[in-house]
Write a protein that binds this ligand. Sequence first.
Ligand SMILES: O=C(O)CCC(=O)C(=O)O
Length: 315
Amino acid sequence: MQVPDRNLNELREHGFTIVPGFLAPEELKAAQEALWEQHVHPGGYECFGYPRPAEYFADPSAHQEYAASQFAGSRMAPWQSWDLNRLAFHPDLVDLAERFLGSADLHLYDADLWAKYAGAIDYEQPHHRDFINHTLVVPRRDDPGRQLRSYILLSDIDEDDGPTKIVPLAAGAERPYWPTDKLHGWENFAGGTGLELGAFADVEVSVTGPAGSLFAFRTDILHRGSNMTGVRRARFVLEVNYEVWGSRWTGRTEWPVHSQNPHWTETMERATPRERELFGFPSVGDPYWDDQTLADVQCRYPSMDMAPYTDQASR
Ligand SMILES: O=C(O)CCC(=O)C(=O)O
């Protein structure tokens, strides 16, 4: 669904918004089924789906990898299915990013799936702001909305499923971007904010909602991951980050590094020229396109429809 203006206003004023029913039921169902898919590709390249919750909880000791760290269930795109990959550039997410960032020249600068299983590890985090690993510097206070973070919830999340805890912008505004004292260890998580555990307990908002909801937030907002307190609960989110192309000091990933993943080829082949551009693929009309590049890119992406680029190159 198109994100209503009132959610966009919330994002601007409070630093976050939650949009229930963002995904259509069939999009959600296809993405949920795809979470468990596994593929072994020619050459032995394996794409692992996640264990279904019933499978995981039947024997957590068989899935020790999820106990290694809070982030052990995080997997960067491209993933094992088009039904997941396409959500990273869902038209209504791109539309929200364009409206929030005020530009159509968008860079999809990171996309990850993140699975958490109750009891695997303590998922609690200190409060932090995410710009710490999305920029080399800090957001401008007079123009902070230069990056948009989002989670598409692929499972229902209630209070017992380790919801993200958000501190509305006004409540956290007085806290400095950067601590003045040197912090160590866990206190230094995500750059450290010097905040005592339990701070903001009276104003924090839990990001709960049915699967298919969208949670969008800014990189300058204080928040934290919380532990999963329910029994046999599993939480799945698809995380996507957008910014406007341009700044040399922001971002998180270089897509060419991931372009040998077999699902990259399919993703590029099935995406539209506009969707490919979000990853940095040359636009229709870019001087990059000529007879040689058209032919060689077609070899790299055999099922890609090159006509939009060809028409331009032959003008
Ligand atoms: O998983 C969550 O709910 C939030 C995680 C988070 O804030 C982080 O890892 O930076």
